[in-house]
Design a protein around this ligand. Structure first.
Ligand SMILES: NC(=O)c1ccc[n+]([C@@H]2O[C@H](COP(=O)([O-])OP(=O)(O)OC[C@H]3O[C@@H](n4cnc5c(N)ncnc54)[C@H](O)[C@@H]3O)[C@@H](O)[C@H]2O)c1
Ligand SMILES: N[C@@H](CCC=O)C(=O)O
Length: 522
């Protein structure tokens, strides 16, 4: 069976993937330091200001100078997207799907180089980076297939039951117009590329903005779109801060809809803004997580320990799906802790460009400082540190943002049980039984992912009761992480998502269109 990369399979890739990644890393590093423009109306556009970006792996590593959009650039992008909309909407479904697939094909040709850039820009390890690049390719293909598979969402309905009059009916889904995509730093390619693919294939034109920490990923996406040959204005790329560029995009009257992926406070603000105004505009907000895992007395503890370590600490806990709350049956807690400590002792932390390092740095100085702050709060408030807690500053690590993964047994009333830290900090609590575990797991304003290790009966009970959009049972590949398009639809409940429809689900694309009922009498 040939190898297919997903977040579930990435732990044991073929040797050739390592070799190709290493070759690509050399090429990418040799070109560091370039200047990167915005991409508007089919052309590069330089900006009046640039951000000099460095890598979180080593802050002496200059990645490049990235254009920062200003109000004129936002205006130009919006105008281009608006002008391109009528022709793009009128482009036949098969042609739009072909071009969207073509973006995926171009990206796949560059997967290794893009992954190398993601490693340098975000600090994720090579398999996480390759996974993200390939996942983005899959989004383009998945949504093109989905849209065509649904017949372009155009359906004939029965004629009206009239004698002597032919009255034909149909339902058709129409794109909204200019769709804004606002992406987070942690999956800067996939969570820009996925919504872009969905918006484009359904006939919207796009203005996309990546997070301030990750403009490179956005520019690499723009390069793929440009080289796939989309008409000018159909896709436009901006970079800059949320306050400057993001707010201008949301506030622009031409923005017909938004896909935002990021934190709960920002997402909730955008949901409110989009619902305000003279009429409501659609806002797909994919927001944060405070994801729990329950381990019952019947769990396979080796499998649990593997899945917990992968999900709590993979990518430094900087996944919306990361595990941050662990509720363990008190009868097996000590054994599980021992197994977790053994696994954590084997985690290699360091430069994620190197194959042996599984855990790279956190994304920036703010996250690095927040780590020390959270560790201090936990210590001050009586948590027991079972592992980790230090910022790492030995040798080369001093030039990056490296921290130890934390496992802390914390008092159940501690405020951090309810706060998304977005760092490799896992809080543990011993429970007297699974009902207490479920009560605590659901005691959250967020409901993105959740996991369980236990018997078949425990799993059925878990599915009946857990308030989360993405669930995993008895999974060594990740207790709460690792969804892949086409395998696991991905979306949150409660404060984790505004729509109740998951990314890459059967119901996703319909959100990018509005229904028009058409009755035509002969
Ligand atoms: N549910 C999901 O699928 C999912 C996936 C990945 C990340 N996330 C969440 O994203 C967060 C981490 O990413 P982040 O730190 O980049 O999030 P963030 O909310 O700080 O920023 C996300 C994006 O919004 C922009 N932004 C910020 N303020 C804005 C404003 N006022 N108006 C318009 N745009 C604005 C930012 O520039 C960035 O591009 C975590 O909370 C994580 O859980 C969720
Ligand atoms: N798709 C990723 C999470 C993306 C959010 O950060 C996962 O399922 O682990």
């Amino acid at each position: 069976m040939s190898f297919r990369l997903t977040y579930a399979t990435m732990f044991n890739p073929p040797e050739a993937m390592h070799e190709r990644f290493e070759a690509a890393m050399k090429t990418v590093r040799a070109a560091l330091g370039s200047r990167h423009a915005l991409f508007i109306d089919g052309a590069d556009r330089d900006a009046s200001h640039h951000a000099d970006r460095v890598s979180p792996i080593d802050t002496d590593m200059h990645l490049g100078d990235f254009a920062l959009a200003n109000a004129f650039d936002v205006e130009a992008a919006m105008a281009a997207a608006q002008a391109a909309f009528p022709a793009w909407r009128a482009t036949p479904t098969t042609e739009r799907a072909r071009l969207v697939r073509r973006i995926g094909d171009v990206m796949e040709e560059r997967v290794y180089e893009i992954a190398a850039a993601l490693t340098l820009e975000v600090g994720k390890n090579r398999m996480e980076a390759l996974g993200e690049a390939q996942e983005t390719v899959d989004f383009f293909r998945h949504y093109a297939d989905d849209f065509e598979g649904a017949g372009g969402y155009d359906r004939v309905l029965p004629d009206d039951p009239l004698d002597g009059v032919k009255s034909h009916n149909r339902s058709t889904m129409r794109p909204y117009g200019v769709w804004a995509v606002i992406a987070p730093f942690n999956f800067p390619l996939a969570l820009a590329g996925g919504p872009v693919a969905a918006a484009l294939v359904t006939g919207n034109t796009v203005v996309v903005k990546c997070a301030s920490d990750t403009p490179w990923a956005g520019r690499l996406l723009a390069d793929c779109v440009r080289d796939a040959g989309l008409p000018p204005g159909v896709f436009n790329y901006l970079s800059g801060s949320g306050a400057d560029v993001g707010e201008a995009m949301v506030g622009d009257r031409r923005t017909a809809g938004i896909t935002f992926t990021g934190s709960v406070p920002v997402g909730m603000e955008l949901v409110r803004k989009m619902a305000g105004g003279t009429y409501p505009r659609p806002c797909i907000a994919e927001m944060g997580g405070k994801n729990a895992c329950i381990v019952t007395g019947s769990a396979d503890l080796d499998r649990a320990a593997t899945g917990i370590v992968r999900s709590a600490y993979g990518m430094g806990g900087q996944k919306c799906s990361a595990l941050s709350r662990l509720y363990v049956d008190e009868n097996i807690t000590d054994v599980l802790i021992e197994k977790l400590q053994q696994q954590m002792a084997g985690v290699c932390i360091g430069d994620p460009c190197l194959r042996e390092n599984w855990l790279g740095p956190v994304v920036n100085r703010r996250a690095y400082d927040a780590y020390a702050d959270y560790v201090g709060q936990l210590r001050d408030d009586g948590a027991t540190f079972l592992s980790g807690g230090r910022q790492l500053t030995d040798g080369d690590l001093a030039r990056g943002y490296y921290v130890e993964p934390v496992l802390a047994e914390a008092p159940v009333g501690h405020s951090l049980w309810k706060h998304e830290m977005f760092l490799p900090i896992l809080m543990l609590h011993r429970v007297s039984g699974r009902d207490e575990a479920m009560r605590l797991a659901n005691d959250s304003e967020m409901g993105l992912t959740a996991g369980i290790y236990g018997s078949n009966e425990d799993v059925a009970w878990f599915h009946d009761n857990i308030e989360a959009g993405v669930t995993y049972a008895n999974r060594a590949q990740g207790a709460t992480t690792g969804a892949w398009p086409g395998y696991q639809p991905f979306g949150g409940w409660k404060g984790s998502g505004s729509t109740g429809k998951a990314i890459a689900s059967f119901y996703y694309l319909a959100q990018y269109m509005r229904e028009q009922s058409r009755t035509v009498v002969e």
